[in-house]
Design a protein. Sequence first.
Length: 306
Amino acid sequence: MKMYELPDELMFLRNAKAEQKKSDASMKGKVVVLTGATSGVGLEALKQLAKGEATVVMVARNHEKAKKVREAVLSQHPAHIDIVVADFNELRHIRRAASEILERYPRIDVLINCAGLHSTKATYTPEGFETVFFVNHLASFHFTQLLLDRMIQSAPSRILHINSEGHRFNGLDIHDLNWKKRHYTGLRGYGASKTAQLLTMWEIADHLKDSGVTINAMHPGDVKTHIGSNNGWLYRTFSKFFIQPMLKDPKISGEAIYYLVADAQMEGVSDKFFHLTIEEKPAKHALDRSLGKQVYDLSVKLTNPE
């Protein structure tokens, strides 16, 4: 029987079923900054990092919830876990968190941008940004920029964006980032944010060339998380009965993240998109370098208002 190779656009279907790589490398003595660590993919990454003896700086919105998560993880894996409180829907919170981290830690070995959001309708941050675009892209972009000099000083170091196959839905229009001229849908809004994150990642990778700092993005697998739980009862009901039963244990996400940020095989690897641990070609629209330069410049402008 003749085997047919899937086109690049559909390789994620095969990669989702492929055997993934794992790492038992130690991260003892490494400082890891992790956003979105109190649930889902971020929580699984936290568990793996604690198991690997990393020093982890959890950036979390809710201090009490973060404390409970820290206590639960430390009961299984003795490690050092610090908490920095920040709500990633406002620039001032992001800046305050970065400043606090820079004051506390003279080095940063790894940055994992995991905080994320999905919404079925358009909502807006206090500063007027469409919330999904801000949290999923602008927040991680700005946070990375604020910590970048310290990471260069700490090289070799690694940055990992938790992106998504959802970037394939696109939806990015740099002339209508706030969806004032178009009908908003959850998939396209989410796709716009993840597309922007990928487009700017290629630009950041160029800036980091020969610096000793690598930057990559990954899809964390089709796993059970709480993303979208902020939506209405109809979405939550559909998710509970039709989406969640088909999803996998998020432990695979934590293991994949750990491999990408810890394993020696990833040393020097940069400018790549992974489906879990398998390198993959993103959608064509997320590879448009001309558009990427525009999105990068616009992201700098939006996160550094005069």
